[in-house]
Ligand binder design. Sequence first.
Ligand code: FRU
Length: 492
Amino acid sequence: MTPSRSRVRIALLAVCLLLPSSSGGEEPVSAEQLARDPHRPAYHFLPPKNWMNDPNGLIQIKGKYHIFYQHNPSAAVWGNMTWGHAVSEDMVHWKHLPFALHPDQPYDKGGVFSGCMVNDNGVATAVYTGVSPEVQCIATSRDMLKWEKFAGNPVIPGPPPGMKVTGFRDPCVWKQDGVWHMVVGSGIEGKGGTILLYKSKDLRQWDYIGPALVGDKDKTGPMWECPSFFPLGDKWILVISPYRPPIYMIGTFKEDHFTPELQGDVDLGGQFYAPLLFKDERERLIMFGWLQEAREKAEKAGWQGAQSLPRVITLGPDSRPRYAPAPEVNALRGEHARVEHVSVAPDSSGHVPGLRGNTLDLVAEIDPGEAETCGLVVCRSPDGAEQTRIFYDRKQKRLVGDRTKSSTNPAPKKDAPSAPLELAPGEPLRLRVLVDRSVIEVFANERTCLTLRIYPDRPDSTGVDCFATGGPCTVKSLDGWQMKSIWSDAKP
Ligand code: FRU
């Protein structure tokens, strides 16, 4: 072997050693390891293994709920974007189905990116972004199992000619007055995020109408990913993901223009992104969002990403959204414990000794009284070294999720994300806290959501408590249920 050949061999070997294996640079993680993983959620949807990001193609059709999702079938890192697929009777218990859409065509070989699903006279039609470059495509199915990509794809071969855009993806489609409408997530260079409006009679031939709304890049970012645009009460709601926590806008949609009247944050926990809305057969507006990981080297676990629980969105009397977990989630409730009328002195503990666990549904009604902060402690180790606090801060008028002590391990994020929450005089703090191992979803008074990812290191970090600082508060009631796994035979 000549010296140059052996150098090539050494170089090749080095490349092979550096190449990622199926879990993204780590040894593949076995199904048993995944099943034993104490941080893998038990009642939030996730694929059997590997990477997942955005929810896609949410639909209820012929009674059944379908979720599709951005998936890398071969590694626990982003890549090979494929539409994973699962079906459910109730949006809570899921059955995995074969992957629906693979990046196998010239127009989508760079990835089958996010999109939606519509019911075209009984034919399920996926409208998605094919990459590269970003183009809009469709695929149809009559049985939700065999998917056929349209021979005339892409149906929209690129952004409007001459327009300099920051992206062109994640179509949201609906039918209005007999005409299909589509908004595509985009951004006009130098101006800001935008949704571009198209119309069609048959989902195949699309006319560009114009931007339905252009944002200001300094306020709502240069690019709007994953727009969801739906009627809500007598208004419309637009939800966008501008490379930072998603934003909602409520307003009117007239003559092809959306005029926002109100704006707010959907979930400021920092790990909730790319939410997708859909209307089910009962006309409920429902949102799922991608729950990102919040720890270093997350790919080592062999999986990354979960979906939120289904959140039902309604319009409050103040024309702002209200969020509640779909009532179907209650079917997972098992063993129950309750405390009532507990007076919580500042900095005291041990108020709920009979309740422990890391898959819990907690419903609390708290009168803040004189307290400066008051709320719940979850995932607490007996010595308090590990604990996560969820509380109302009266002065700051915020709901806080404090995960600075959630784990003694240095890898997970240690911060205290918060979101605006102002209680009216005499209004109790109504908390719904859904703990599912590394996922915590918090709903406060149905108006403020905060999703946290936490990774306690200790198996005994399962305690629940109430707390107050600066003065006493009264826990009028606290109900806690042990939650069951959504997978019939334990875990996926
Ligand atoms: C949002 C997003 C989408 C895109 C997809 C790719 O998380 O970046 O804009 O379609 O993920 O996986």
